[in-house]
Design a protein around this ligand. Structure first.
Ligand SMILES: C[S@@+](CC[C@H](N)C(=O)[O-])C[C@H]1O[C@@H](n2cnc3c(N)ncnc32)[C@H](O)[C@@H]1O
Length: 401
């Protein structure tokens, strides 16, 4: 592989490795429960697949790097048969066959592409064409390696497969890449963008972003944007109409220019919010039912009637949910799937749930929003913690709806 000039870095292969905590954030942000086949093109030291393997324990991981010394080549020896490594060019036109895959087969792809410009080859036009990206810059020869890697990943992913990428500022906010962003939004679905603090990669000042794309995704027409602050805390998420994000994807710009002060937040309509009063262990020792995270079922919109209690059974000190109250799981990996309403009676809840009492006129709007795909995406985005996720009352009240 010949290289012409390279943009932001001085390493000819763009070898700048992702810190584990950023890799973990990228994997979390993809919101995938159990992908089967996961790719990492330009795998370097393997930090992205290393984090993914902690969560996707039954997946097989296929890593590719052109650098024969890349540490990811050791993964099959160190971690066993779930890992397969290939020392080849990730921009090979026949890559799928070389990896033993069909085009459109992978469930997920992780990628921190090299920020370099490869010497143009005719086959790159075919890669871009195949991914529907051949028109995104006036001159094909100007397409940087990160877009070629993105296109190659899209070719390998199945429909609705997720791509978790790290992209530089130029692509996320530069005017030159407006047509590219528009195409990505219109042809696929950009689900989340997380702005990373400066100097996230050692030896480079480049600003970078986590971008999550679903191939031909037909999910939400909004993008969830956030910023990872320098102290390691994720900002509250903003929900941006996809059409408004074409201009730029970055939180810093969108927060100032697109999110209006009139955006309604759940907190603006909330009368009362609190945690339940019983711990999950205590719950087993009492003689009455206490609604807990394990009692949610995917089909139930309302709390099952077996949890309704007569008034006289309930001590004054208990937190009691009443008809119309919304219950939201506060902890757990799939907390965004656990939102329901009390229809009748009185329900005692565990301290793993939040009780949300909303003005009657807006109650159904807030409830439908929290159960929609966009609401679930936002709940996931505002949950903290890697592994055991949790949502705070403050972050729930901050959610726009
Ligand atoms: C920015 S680093 C990212 C490494 C790793 N994925 C991470 O996030 O830490 C880019 C990687 O792409 C590799 N690379 C550059 N050009 C490549 C190509 N044409 N085919 C495969 N790998 C390539 C480099 O060797 C380097 O390991």
């Amino acid at each position: 592989m010949q290289l012409s000039h390279h943009a932001k870095t001085s390493d000819p292969l763009g070898r700048y490795y992702t810190e584990p905590k950023i890799g973990a954030l990228l994997v979390e942000a993809m919101g995938l429960p159990h992908p089967t086949t996961v790719l990492d093109l330009g795998s370097g030291d393997g930090s992205l697949v290393g984090e993914a393997a902690k969560i996707w324990t039954s997946a097989r991981f296929i890593t590719v790097d052109i650098d024969a010394n890349a540490a990811s080549s050791m993964l099959p020896n160190l971690r066993g048969s779930a890992f397969k490594h290939h020392t080849i060019d990730a921009l090979d036109i026949g890559l799928a066959a070389r990896l033993g895959l069909k085009w459109g087969e992978a469930d997920a792809a992780l990628c921190n592409p090299p920020y370099i410009r490869h010497k143009w080859k005719k086959q790159f036009a075919e890669i871009l064409e195949d991914a529907g990206l051949s028109h995104v810059l006036p001159r094909l020869g100007d397409v940087p390696a990160d877009l070629l890697f993105l296109a190659q990943n899209l070719r390998l992913l199945r429909t609705a497969g997720r791509l978790g990428l790290i992209l530089p500022d130029s692509i996320v906010s530069g005017e030159k890449f407006t047509v590219f962003r528009k195409t990505l939004i219109q042809e696929h679905s950009v689900e989340r963008v997380i702005e990373l603090p400066r100097r996230i990669f050692r030896n480079t000042d480049a600003k970078a972003y986590i971008v999550i794309v679903a191939k031909y995704g037909k999910g939400s027409d909004h993008i969830t944007v956030q910023r990872l602050e320098a102290d390691g805390i994720l900002s509250a998420p903003y929900l941006i109409p996809a059409a408004s994000a074409v201009k730029r994807f970055d939180y810093s710009y969108l927060a100032k220019n697109v999110v209006s002060n009139e955006t309604r937040k759940i907190g603006d309509e909330t009368i009362f919010i609190c945690r339940g009063s019983f711990s999950s262990s205590f719950r087993k020792s009492v003689g009455f039912p206490i609604f807990h995270t394990s009692d949610f079922s995917a089909d139930d919109v309302f709390v099952p009637s077996s949890f309704n209690l007569p008034k006289e059974c309930i001590a004054d000190s208990c937190v009691v949910a009443e008809p119309g109250d919304i219950l939201v799981a506060r902890v757990g990996r799939n907390l965004s799937q656990k939102v329901c309403m009390v229809r009748k009676g009185r329900v005692v809840i565990s301290d793993c749930l939040l009780l949300l009492r909303v003005n009657e006129g807006k109650r159904n709007n807030v409830f439908s929003f929290l159960r929609s795909s966009t609401g679930r995406l936002l709940l996931d985005a505002s949950a903290h913690g890697v592994g055991a996720k949790f949502i705070t009352t403050k972050s729930l009240l901050e959610l726009p709806f």
